[in-house]
Design a protein around this ligand. Structure first.
Ligand code: AMP
Ligand code: MG
Length: 417
């Protein structure tokens, strides 16, 4: 087992051990946010036929040569094409047909004149303009033709993708499975939040944070409860998680006397790949694979901020890889640092920062308390500024990379345009 890896080395080790889950078929109605596991080709064309983009009259342009407000041209209205209907017959020279938006253009017609440019006169209509070639006509296949590749494998399905799927008649679609993630909390000091912790015990908040982080990625959390600091208690709960794609345990993987998780994991056939990452918060992190099931196991540090930050750096990219995403990492933006920062060399620090737009620049303000126990600082911070391992100072006003965890600061209270 390797020990004391850099963040980059640890991420690489995690992703090398992580595969991609297989496909399942789901209703397109429920498929928003899922990753497509098949290419989607057009089995029909859209629009299916030349059709009208306006309510008005289908005509043959040659009949209206020279028409103007001063010299309107009158034609008889010989039939009507309602939306969803069909033309009774082809349009002959000297004829007009009433037509509505979305209705197929009658054979013989080559333009539509919108209602506003005409005057209806009983069974006849007066045209006051000469239409352009194929005016107000949507060409058959203008959006796509049979056989066109509409959506590639690996696409993350959004509203437009789902509309396009529907328009080629696809109400079910193959997407990558969503990983199940078994969440274990560990520690004799922990109680569930619905128990009053007035005896100095600590409410187990990590399972709530982790479950929400799983859901945000699209994974399915399963809660294994709180294990007391005894190997048998930890083993019993971890066994219940062996069917999951991923196990995430928080606390109990450092070197304290009561940290038994590592030992139990080895007993359960987990091959530990590394322990300890040169970062802050979050050094005591273990990662391994249960050989018999392929379940990935993350032993995250227990301090709430360390738990959340290490989930972000290691668990989230792995979950995204499992569910077929190609973009595994959060966006990183350049921001101006509002205060100077200092540290010793050797570990990469993820500094919680608030992000604010000031004109065209982003300003990153470190939250007041960077203790790994202060979870409220993550409510105030939308990003993690990268303080590189080998740097020992960052000056106020300098440019830093910030990993954006919460992009809601881009949302606005005013319209903005
Ligand atoms: P440990 O990794 O067991 O040394 O725990 C480090 C710190 O994190 C201790 O202060 C624990 O009380 C706290 N902690 C561990 N697990 C949780 C949890 N599930 N929720 C909140 N705090 C926790
Ligand atoms: Mg503990």
């Amino acid at each position: 087992m390797r020990e004391g890896l850099s963040v980059a080395e640890a991420q690489q080790a995690v992703l090398e051990a992580t595969g991609v889950l297989g496909a399942e078929t789901v209703s397109a109605w429920e498929a928003a946010g899922r990753v497509l596991a098949e290419p989607v080709r057009a089995t029909r064309r859209h629009p299916p036929a030349d059709c009208s983009a306006m309510d008005g009259y289908a005509v043959r342009r040659a009949d209206l040569a020279g028409a103007s407000e001063a010299r309107p041209i009158e034609l008889p209205v010989v039939f009507e094409v309602p939306a969803g209907g069909q033309a009774l017959r082809a349009l002959a020279a000297g004829e007009a047909a009433r037509i509505f938006t979305g209705a197929p253009l009658p054979p013989g017609a080559d333009a539509v004149v919108m209602q506003e440019d005409t005057r209806a006169l009983g069974g006849r209509v007066a045209f006051e303009v000469e239409p352009d070639v194929r005016a107000h006509v949507r060409d058959a296949g203008e959006d796509f033709q049979i056989g066109d590749l509409l959506i590639e494998t690996g696409a993350v399905l959004g509203p437009a993708h789902l509309g396009v799927l529907a328009s080629v008649g696809r109400s079910i679609v193959a997407v990558h499975q969503q990983p199940s993630v078994a969440l274990l909390s560990g520690g004799d000091e922990l109680v569930e939040p619905d128990r009053v912790a007035d005896d100095g015990r600590i409410v187990s908040s990590n399972s709530y944070t982790l479950a929400a982080q799983c859901r945000e990625v699209g994974a399915r959390p399963v809660y294994l409860g709180i294990a007391e600091d005894r190997p048998d208690a930890i083993e019993a709960r971890l066994r219940a998680g062996l069917r999951a794609d991923v196990i995430v345990s928080s606390a109990g993987v450092s070197v304290g006397d009561h940290d038994h998780v590592r030992g139990v994991l080895e007993k359960l056939g987990c091959r530990l790949l590394f322990w300890g990452v040169l970062m802050k918060p979050g050094y005591p992190l273990a990662f391994g694979v249960i050989e018999s099931t392929g379940t990935l196991v993350f032993g995250l540090p227990g301090n709430p901020v360390s738990t959340a930050v290490t989930f972000e750096q290691f668990v989230r990219p792995a979950l995204r890889k499992l569910m077929g995403h190609r973009q595994l990492f959060r966006p990183v933006v350049k921001a101006r640092l509002a205060a100077s920062l200092k540290k010793g060399r050797g570990r990469l620090h993820f500094v919680r920062v608030g992000l604010e737009r000031q004109g065209t620049t982003l300003v990153a303000t470190p939250t007041a308390n960077q203790s790994s126990g202060v979870l409220t600082s993550l409510i105030r911070g939308q990003g993690l500024a990268i303080f590189p391992a080998e740097a020992d100072a960052l000056a106020a006003g300098s440019e830093v990379d910030v990993q954006v965890i919460d992009s809601s600061f881009f949302e606005r209270t005013d319209r903005g345009f």
